[in-house]
Design a protein around this ligand. Structure first.
Ligand code: AMP
Length: 404
């Protein structure tokens, strides 16, 4: 199957070639033809599956087929995302894939000045990618006109619900034209997602590429049992000994993220923290530095990391396990993207047993449990001792849960 077989035309095929994509990913193979048939879509796709191109490409194709000549640069497509980072990245994809087409796009989110956004909207845009809160500000200030919207895309809808955006989304959808095509993407299915889909989508076609609520198969997962007080030391050891150059580390709190990045710096490892208390500019710079390799470690909280898309990110570390199991799936989805191998390591202490059990229940899989020689955990813990660069991964057979 090629992109051409999917029904995309020359300007898009050229942009795809320039990106170096050779074949469509499974979600693209399934979603693109259905979207081109102008059907509503409810897609269960995790991040990293190529879902952004899965909706951006057919959207651009449909816009170019419709040739809205009389409505140049009116907002025809609206993409809603949970976070600023994801909004930026989706809009970047729109520009990238649409570079040989005449459409203009804009990204709209809070935490930055509204005036440049107003100016961009006034000049006229075809595609708007927005987070719900700031979009509502524009709506109430009448600085955006959504009366020509033909396409609504809800990206990472599960996350938008988790973040409490449901009423904001409803307010936005209420003012959109009823005649439109709606696409809803979500990594996980829940009753709330089904309800949202019933409300907003018309006889949607269901598309699923990976089973809902399972972690990506290409990500090698491991639990490293360790005493709480030695987690930082173990992390430094893993980074140094493994010569890891790019690692995304998750902490549960903003304070924890700041503290850990400071400690890593003291250990001689360049690190920066990214979380909701940082200004948008600081977050953008941190992400850019991490992508360029200026800093080796990005320490992030769950919300801040949402939507981060880095090609071939090889290592994700959970410095603490998340107490919300779904976050584990989202976290490890940062690695092993688009067919690349990835490794997700969780540093787990005795207190986190319950979180681990819940995560394993959700992903329906036992994660291999080890401890690194020199970092012996609590004796009550059942795990295999390993050497650095040693036999990890060689014994992937499922074992019993952490503690006896
Ligand atoms: P997403 O799931 O949309 O966040 O995409 C994950 C990554 O896959 C992004 O870095 C894309 O650039 C990349 N990607 C998307 N489609 C393809 C494809 N057909 N072939 C190779 N890489 C792709």
């Amino acid at each position: 199957m090629t992109f051409k077989d999917l029904g995309l035309s020359a300007p898009l095929l050229k942009a795809i070639r320039e990106q170096g994509y050779e074949t469509p990913t499974p979600i693209q193979e399934k979603a693109i033809p259905v979207i081109l048939q102008k059907k509503d879509v409810l897609a269960g796709a995790q991040t990293g599956t190529g879902k952004t191109a899965g909706f951006t490409l057919p959207l651009l194709e449909l816009l170019s087929r419709a040739k809205h000549k009389t409505q140049q640069h009116k907002v025809k497509a609206l993409v809603l995302t949970p976070t600023r980072e994801l909004a930026s990245q989706v809009e970047e994809s729109v520009r990238l894939y649409g570079k040989h087409l005449p459409y203009k796009s804009a990204v709209i989110f809070g935490g930055v000045k509204i005036n440049p956004q107003i100016a961009a909207l006034r000049k006229g845009v075809d595609i708007v990618v927005a987070t719900p809160g700031r979009l509502l500000d524009h709506i109430s200030q009448k600085t955006i006109n959504l009366a020509s919207v033909d396409f609504l895309i809800l990206d990472e809808a599960d996350r938008m619900l988790d973040m409490g955006f449901v009423n904001d989304i409803k307010k936005v959808v209420a003012i959109l034209p009823k005649e439109r095509q709606t696409l809803l993407f979500s990594a996980t299915y829940s009753d709330a997602i089904k309800k949202l889909s019933n409300q907003f989508l018309k006889s949607p076609k269901l598309i699923e590429v990976a089973r809902a609520n399972t972690s990506s198969e290409i990500v090698k997962q491991a639990v490293y049992h360790v005493d709480k007080t030695r987690k930082r030391e173990l992390l430094t050891h893993l980074i140094n000994e493994g010569k890891w150059q790019q690692v995304l580390v998750f902490t549960r709190t903003k304070h924890g993220a700041n503290r850990l990045s400071g400690q890593l710096e003291k250990d001689g490892i360049t690190a920066v923290a990214i979380h909701g208390n940082k200004s948008q500019n600081a977050r953008t710079k941190a992400l850019a530095d991490f992508k360029k390799g200026v800093v080796r470690v990005l320490v992030a909280t769950d919300i801040a990391a949402r939507g981060i898309d880095i090609d071939q990110l090889p290592h994700v570390v959970n410095f603490e396990l998340p107490n919300v199991s779904e976050d584990y799936v989202h976290r490890i989805g940062r690695t092993g993207r688009a067919g690349n191998n990835g490794e997700a390591i969780s540093l787990v202490c005795v207190d986190e047993d319950e979180f681990l059990a819940n995560i394993e229940k959700l992903i329906k899989k036992d994660i291999p449990k080890v401890w690194l020689k020199g970092f012996k955990p609590d004796p009550s813990i059942k795990a295999e001792p390993i050497n650095m660069g040693g036999n990890r991964g060689a014994r992937n057979k499922p074992r019993g849960r952490g503690r006896r």
